[in-house]
Design a protein around this ligand. Structure first.
Ligand code: PRX
Length: 654
């Protein structure tokens, strides 16, 4: 039997106590697709606190596209995450924070978190932030990041969290795209051995952001911090000055009022602002967090993602807090100070559910089992992965070594656009196969289509993954560009939402995501567009033309290979490579820096001038003999030069 077809049944002890078993999953799933409005209406009533009930569960049309859930309803997300827990969970830990240094921790109870969010909401109001205004958040993984998000949600401001590893330019572009009036940051971030000068980066960005009126600064370290007195405020000082009766009330929001914008890379152009709205998103993350992680009252749940990504939004902050769970916020790195850090955290905080990305697992596999075994992991009962396909070897290691062959693994497939998980095992219901995200969750109706958009029915088939019915957490638009929303997701296969992923459905109906079929890269679980990286490379001034492809990478899953045609008189040397890397880091982020840079004299183009990426992908993958038909190229000779260049060049050290 091949590794990937091994079946791991639900462990009996887990299944007996789980909230959802196989029979109840099947029944609920059937109900959710035969009567979606009935199903979601009931879930919305049971799982959320409403200020006013909705009049219509769903209005949708994938042509325009229009998606509206729970119209007429009034709700506030922060009340769902905080106020409603005060009666029974006021002294329960809402957040356990594990800082950069081992043992640097802070526990925030629901009572304390509620008070802090109300005060911060009042502070935002006092700074003139109103419902519908946009607020940028550029913070490290500290409790204040969750506080800032919840405070925005409380007053109806739309937050856009920017990963604190992004450059000044990336931050500036995001702020300007959605016209933020306030930026919330910290003076410094700490990541392993490094201090990150966040405030300096903000100063650089904000110098070119005309809409920013104020910058609120959390003091994370004692480092000297450049402040601009008319614009910048220390968060702790501003809170201290707030009058006792300052207005921290929760705004009454329409179900479809925007909640947040999160920028993500596509196959073309600049990152787009994925817009999520209030009630549908909240319902989706509440239900999926509860079902996928089988959340129980005494769980200590840890998702190691950063709040700068959608996983941090949905499964560090909103899903867990809506369910009244204890969520661990982890500031550091999995390898700091050593490769045992995750398990040290699990041990000290008695973590019961642990959720991370395959890239982190692969990096830790390499460090050896001793780092894991050094710590007591008996508290763990469930493991999860997200962000990219997990190779069966990494899955098996995670299962056997980290989970002592005792904990089920939920491999959760979803996207920034989907808001929450769509395809995943339910740990008490679904037998798992290493590498498969298994089955659709409630209300999710996946279809596979061929290149012409024809649905491929039956099992044992492969195609492009689409969805034929909306789910509550799906994005509603690209901020400021509804046509781009239509074009990107609904124009390729009319009547369907196209995910951008390739997928196989095996004989048992299990889904296996095979990766992106568009020009989107997934590097260590970080999503990047080839166009975005190419334009950053050209910005170096050294390169006339660049083409970027995904290449196999042992730890990152996918690395970045860049074919560069240099400008005249630029030397093909290490200094040029360095210059290119430097520019990409400055323009986007270190996460976008290529793993290989190949200097070539031309790119393979058709006679009409279109780059044949198919050929570059094959060469980048090392498949030199199977580049396919090159007869339509304007100059077929470039292919042999490209092959020779790639063959001779090792990956760069990063
Ligand atoms: O290709 C899929 C991959 O990550 C893409 C979405 O990236 P992003 O919007 O950054 O969201 C990541 C976190 C949800 C998808 O189109 N992906 C995500 N989860 C999985 C996955 N690929 C395989 N298996 C997964 N579990």
């Amino acid at each position: 039997m091949s590794k990937s077809s091994q079946l791991f049944p639900v462990p009996q002890s887990f299944g007996q106590k789980a909230q959802i078993n196989k029979a109840s999953y099947e029944e609920l799933y059937r109900e959710s697709v035969t009567d979606p409005e009935g199903f979601w209406g009931k879930q919305a009533e049971e799982l959320l606190l409403w200020k006013k009930p909705w009049s219509k569960v769903l209005t949708w049309d994938f042509k325009t596209p229009t998606i509206r859930w729970f119209e007429g309803g009034k709700i506030n997300l922060s009340e769902n995450c905080l106020d409603r827990h005060l009666a029974s969970r006021a002294d329960k830990a809402a957040i356990i924070w594990e800082g950069n240094e081992p043992g640097e921790t802070r526990t925030v109870t629901y009572r304390e978190l509620h008070a802090q969010v109300c005060k911060t909401a009042a502070l935002l109001r006092s700074l003139g932030v109103k419902k519908g205004d946009r607020v940028a958040i550029y913070l490290p993984m500290i409790p204040e990041a969750a506080v800032a998000m919840l405070a925005c949600a409380r007053i109806g401001a739309i937050h856009t969290v920017v990963f604190a590893g992004f450059s000044a330019e990336a931050l500036r572009d995001r702020i300007n795209d959605c016209g933020c009036s306030l930026l919330i940051t910290a003076n410094e971030g700490l990541r392993g051995p490094k201090a990150i000068p966040l405030k300096e980066t903000c100063n650089e960005a904000v110098a070119e952001c005309p809409t920013i009126k104020k910058v609120l600064v959390v003091r994370r370290t004692d480092a000297a911090t450049p402040m601009e007195p008319t614009r910048d405020l220390w968060y702790h000082e501003a809170l201290a000055k707030l009058p006792a009766d300052a207005d921290g009330r929760a705004e009454s929001m329409d179900s479809e009022d925007p909640l947040f914008i999160l920028y993500t890379s596509g196959s073309t152009g600049k990152p787009k602002g994925v817009l999520h709205t209030t009630a549908g998103y909240l319902l989706h993350v509440t239900l999926t967090h509860r079902a996928v992680f089988d959340i129980k009252e005494d769980d200590v749940y840890m998702c190691a993602a950063d709040v700068g990504w959608v996983t941090g939004h949905s499964y560090v902050v909103y899903g867990p807090l809506s369910n009244g769970a204890t969520t661990v916020i982890f500031e550091s790195l999995p390898t700091y100070p050593d490769a045992g850090r995750y398990w040290d955290v699990v041990d000290r905080h008695s973590v019961t559910i642990f959720y991370t990305a395959p890239t982190a697992i692969r990096a830790l596999v390499k460090e050896g089992d001793a780092w894991v075994k050094k710590y007591d992991r008996s508290s763990l009962r469930l493991l999860g992965t997200v962000g990219e396909p997990i190779n069966p070897d990494a899955w098996l290691w995670y299962h056997a070594v980290v989970g002592d062959s005792r904990c089920p693994i939920v491999d959760t497939w979803w996207q920034t656009e989907t808001g929450g998980v769509l395809i995943s095992p339910l740990p008490g219901a679904t037998a798992t196969k290493p590498g498969s995200a298994t089955l659709p969750l409630f209300g999710v109706q996946p279809v596979l289509v061929d290149d012409d958009g024809k649905e491929i029915v039956g099992n044992g088939v492969s195609g492009r993954l689409c969805m034929k019915f909306p789910w509550p957490g799906m994005m509603r638009t690209v901020y400021g560009d509804h046509e781009r929303f239509r074009q990107t997701y609904f124009s390729m296969y009319p009547g369907l939402y196209f995910t951008g992923d390739g997928c196989r459905r095996d004989e048992d109906g299990y889904y296996w995501i095979t990766g992106r079929v568009d020009d989107v890269l997934n590097v260590a679980g970080h999503r990047l567009g080839t166009a975005e990286v190419e334009s950053a490379i050209v910005r170096s001034g050294l390169v006339a033309e660049a083409a970027v492809v995904g290449i196999p990478h042992e730890i990152k899953g996918q690395g970045i290979g860049a074919f560069c045609v240099l400008r005249e008189n630029v030397a093909k040397d290490a200094a040029t490579t360095k210059g290119i890397l430097h520019t990409v880091r400055e323009v986007i982020s270190p996460i976008a820096a290529p793993d290989a840079i190949w200097f070539v004299s031309g790119l393979p183009k058709t006679r009409s001038g279109k780059i044949m990426r198919r050929i570059l992908r094959k060469v980048g993958e090392g498949e030199f003999e199977s580049v396919g038909d090159v007869s339509t190229l304007a100059d077929p000779a470039v292919v042999s030069e490209i092959v020779a260049t790639v063959k001779g060049a090792p990956l760069l050290q990063k």
